[in-house]
Design a protein around this ligand. Structure first.
Ligand code: GDP
Ligand code: GDP
Length: 437
């Protein structure tokens, strides 16, 4: 089931990134531990009262030109209107309402999207009257919050959750594999979509998505049904938007959330840059299966080491995604193109794989027998049993005497043993340790 998307919109310096960090809370810390994911992030996952949603900080979109600030926030607002289910419109109690706030308010108002009005920097509860003037923006009760003190965040989360769409209907049958292509501009995503579908079938038979203006392209190959998610997003806008990383990310997020398998397209000519890592990191974090597609295989001088060398490069750059297979191809000449869909099908199966509890427990017992769990201050982690609680991605709960004793490195060790026993190629795995009750 896709997660709803919540976007934070507002002028620079009202405290968007501060609140963003508060909303995604400890999740941040967990992900930041993983090597290869950078701190400069604008997307995260939040849970409140059992509801899960992704949050995007649209701040910091910058484009060149005069009155840049206004243009930038207008663009953020348009983005949020297009892509988000709920918009958090953030203002600043210390400055009051500005012209830019009014302009954004109009855009948001006209869109008809649910808007939660958050007034930041209400550092003193007694100063709640500072929020009253914001009633005039027309979004109902302003919620006074303080990013510095963390006050009002619960109220803000309540308001967000109350406005989330009840249920995002799954649009496709369970056996349809939903594929998203993500990557920087010009790596060849659109060319690859065309190549997969076959030149003769130019993408004109698009199926309009449900509620949003997403356009999906379903097709069938060798008896398996697939759908390429949101191909319109790739073509809709000009390069001004595309070149803005945050814009691409926001578009990509929506597609990632709806997909089973994410093709992370990179370009062998230009190699791997930081932006590729951000993008791949989102697929990892969203728990989707992933494949690295190294495009433009036709343009490089090749010898017998070219592939191996580039594979090593990818593994070094994406340490958190060593499970993802790598496919080299050329969208232009269609060299090696036929290798792609079988891999997509395989990783989709692994992503949905459910293993039998007794076999899982044999694997875990063997792992524990050959490498004793960690100890701390004389206490040793004792693992009682493990069970798979979910698929997409495969999620395991390990029951133990004291979850505090579980180390990241031991968790990694268990993950490797589970992978060795069951494959799980292309999919992230989640492991949680719980106290045996
Ligand atoms: P953004 O540009 O909207 O993402 O804003 P930031 O989150 O970067 O915050 C801008 C500035 O406001 C920083 O100096 C923050 O420390 C400060 N700030 C954020 N939240 C609060 C708050 O609740 N109260 C006060 N007084 N300052 C805050
Ligand atoms: P997107 O922005 O990621 O959708 O990239 P496009 O599909 O628009 O491709 C960007 C440019 O790269 C275009 O000029 C394509 O013709 C070219 N291109 C795409 N795939 C290949 C390829 O496999 N080999 C070569 N040589 N060029 C390619």
């Amino acid at each position: 089931m896709a997660r709803p998307v919540v976007a934070i919109v507002g002028r620079p310096n009202v405290g968007k990134s501060t609140i963003f960090n508060r909303l995604i809370g400890d999740r941040l810390a967990i992900v930041e531990d993983k090597p290869g994911i950078t701190r400069d992030r604008i997307y995260g996952i939040s849970d409140w009262n059992g509801k899960s949603f992704s949050v995007i900080d649209t701040g910091g979109i910058e484009i060149d030109g005069e009155d840049m600030m206004l243009k930038s926030i207008r663009m953020q607002a348009e983005l949020a209107i297009e892509e988000a289910d709920v918009i958090v419109f953030m203002c600043d109690a210390k400055t009051g309402i500005t012209l830019a706030d009014e302009e954004v308010a109009q855009l948001l108002f006209r869109s008809g999207k649910p808007v939660v009005l958050a007034i930041n920097k209400v550092d003193n509860i007694k100063k709640v009257e500072d929020t009253y003037e914001f009633y005039s923006l027309g979004f109902g009760d302003p919620i006074g919050i303080s990013g510095s003190h963390g006050t009002g965040i619960g109220d803000l989360l309540d308001a967000i959750v109350n406005n989330l769409p009840d249920l995002i209907e799954e649009e496709y049958d369970e056996d349809v594999i939903k594929v998203a292509l993500i990557g920087r501009p010009n790596v060849g995503k659109s060319s690859l979509v065309n190549a997969i579908l076959g030149e003769e079938r130019v993408i004109v038979s698009d199926v309009p998505g449900t509620t949003r203006d997403a356009i999906d392209t379903p097709f069938e190959r060798d008896g398996q049904r697939y759908v390429i998610i949101d191909t319109a997003g790739m073509r809709k806008r000009g390069k001004v938007y595309e070149n803005t990383e945050k814009y691409s990310v926001m578009r990509a997020m929506r597609a990632i959330e709806r997909a089973d398998v994410v093709l992370v397209v990179v370009n062998i000519e230009e190699g791997i840059i930081e932006q590729d890592k951000h993008i791949a990191g989102y697929a990892y974090e969203a728990g989707k299966a992933s494949i690295f597609v190294v495009n433009k295989w036709d343009v490089v001088e090749k010898d017998d080491k070219t592939m191996k060398n580039f594979e090593t490069k990818i593994k070094d750059h994406f340490l958190f995604m060593t499970y993802a297979p790598i496919v080299f191809l050329s969208a232009k000449t269609k060299q090696r193109l036929q290798k792609l869909l079988p891999v997509v099908k395989h990783v989709a199966q692994q992503h949905a794989l459910r293993v039998q509890t007794h076999i899982l427990n044999d694997v875990v017992s063997d792992a524990v027998a050959s490498n004793a769990p960690p100890t701390d201050k004389g206490r040793r982690l004792r693992i009682n049993y493990a069970t798979q609680v979910a698929t997409k991605p495969p999620t395991f709960v390990v029951f133990a005497n004291d979850p505090e004793l579980m180390h990241f490195s031991y968790e990694r060790y268990l993950e490797n043993k589970i992978r060795a026993a069951f494959d799980f190629e292309g999919t992230p795995i989640r492991i949680f340790t719980r106290r045996k009750s």
